[in-house]
Write a protein that binds this ligand. Structure first.
Ligand SMILES: [Zn+2]
Length: 445
């Protein structure tokens, strides 16, 4: 903890808060902080500043320690990169083999479909053969039937004639046997034809079986090729595994180092967060002190400062707050004001009467570029930075609204804007709490 909030300071804060609520902006000297209370705030601010400084040192130490691991990390990462490239090559090779295997698989599937087709043809032919065989059997049955009936009826009668009477009709006997012969001959032919049919069907089946055999041997060939490809793939997978294992070991080493560095980094972040919190607290205390000084002392700043860029199209591009520029987080000690119509060359006016304390006409100005500081007395000073030209000199007494220069982009600035700072008793305060603002002003950052 950076701040030990004592019961006493809690009471003090709530006391101030109640004053603000009850009396608003009323300026009554009876509510000023006592010297002892002011001193307490100032001591606390000093305490926090020291803590912040310590934190900065600790962060620097942690960063230096983390930097000692840089070479090791780079070396490990390089090794990993080399191995990863090798793994990529194996992956490419494996992908090519997989594509070949896919082609073979497709061929096998195609041929298997053909074989299936042939099997169906064979089945159909087999069924046809059974059908014809049935037909032959039926024909035999029918023939036998007919012969028996004809013979039985005829023969019985003839035999009777022959054996028992003199009325045997030989002519009739001959006719009957001849008829039987004719029927038999006809049926014989039919059966012969059917048997021929069966023969040709069986031949066809044999042809198809032959085709199937050829296709099956083709499938075997393809299976063999596939197995060869799979063996080749396995070789690549095994080789890749060796490299992957190597990479995993190095990655583990790298992870170990990274976890050390990350621990250092998160420790740094803790310190940074504590610093930011401390700075916010300082700001809070300084504003409370400034409020007291200005409202209850002599300054009477509130409400009588005009907007430093006297146009009806201005906006605040960056407020008075913690901000991060180029990775460095710090308090923005003022507000940045711009014009929608273009800021470069816009007139900048004194927000209140006072004496020009500083007027810088060239150079970097410690980041401010060309700038002016006006001392308004009673510990109140205003800063106007990044100007393109300065129109006043040190010692000039300026009245409120006097043009003191033109806006620009000098010093540590990225685009024309007016950086306006307000210092009360040596501490920066948020100008927005003191300036009269045109109704059109918007806050954009
Ligand atoms: Zn600024």
């Amino acid at each position: 903890m950076l701040l030990k909030t004592t019961d006493k300071s809690k009471k003090l804060l709530s006391f101030i808060l109640s004053l603000v609520i009850v009396f608003g902006v009323m300026s009554v000297s009876a509510f000023a902080l006592t010297d002892a209370e002011k001193q307490e705030y100032e001591n606390k601010i000093e305490e926090i500043r020291e803590q912040i400084k310590e934190n900065e040192e600790k962060i620097a130490e942690l960063e230096a320690e983390a930097a000692t691991y840089d070479d090791e990390i780079n070396a490990l990462q390089e090794k990993i990169d080399v191995l990863s490239a090798q793994i990529d090559l194996y992956n490419d090779e494996i992908a090519l083999i997989d594509a070949d295997i896919q082609v073979i698989d497709n061929q096998i599937t195609g041929i298997e479909n053909e074989i299936e087709d042939l099997n169906q043809q064979i089945q159909a032919l087999d069924e046809k053969v059974i059908e014809i065989q049935q037909e032959i059997a039926d024909t035999y049955t029918l023939l036998g039937e007919r012969i028996r009936v004809t013979y039985m009826t005829g023969a019985n009668t003839s035999l009777e004639y022959l054996l028992t009477s003199d009325g045997f009709d030989f002519q009739e006997y001959l006719e009957r046997t001849e008829l039987i012969d004719r029927i038999a001959a006809h049926d014989d032919k039919l059966i012969k034809d059917l048997e021929d049919d069966i023969e040709s069907l069986k031949e066809k089946v044999l042809e198809i079986e032959d085709m199937k055999t050829r296709l099956n041997s083709k499938v075997e060939e393809l299976d063999k090729a596939k197995k060869e490809h799979e063996a080749k793939k396995q070789e690549q997978v095994d080789a890749r595994k060796i490299i992957e294992d190597k990479e995993a070991l190095i990655q583990a080493d790298l992870n170990k180092v990274m976890s050390i560095v990350n621990a250092l980094d998160s420790k740094s972040k803790e310190y940074e967060a504590a610093m930011e919190k401390g700075e916010a607290t300082i700001l809070d205390y300084e504003q409370k002190l400034a409020q007291q000084n200005t409202s209850f002392g002599s300054g009477q700043v509130s409400g009588d400062m005009i907007w430093p860029l006297p146009y009806d199209d201005t906006y605040v591009s960056s407020s008075f707050k913690m901000r991060t520029l180029n990775g460095v987080t710090r308090q923005h000690n003022g507000i940045d004001i711009c014009r929608w119509a273009g800021t470069h060359g816009a007139q900048i006016v004194a927000v209140k009467e006072g004496t020009v304390e500083t007027a810088v006409y060239s150079g970097y100005g410690g980041g401010y570029g060309l700038y002016v500081v006006i001392d308004h007395g009673e510990g109140v000073k205003t800063y106007y930075a990044h100007m393109s030209s300065v129109h006043v000199s040190v010692g000039d007494y300026v009245t409120q609204g006097t043009v003191i220069g033109l806006a620009g982009n000098t010093g540590y600035s990225f685009g024309a804007h007016l950086h306006f700072g307000l210092m009360i008793n040596g501490g920066w305060v948020n100008p927005m709490n003191y300036l009269s603002k045109p109704a059109s002003v918007t806050i954009n950052g």
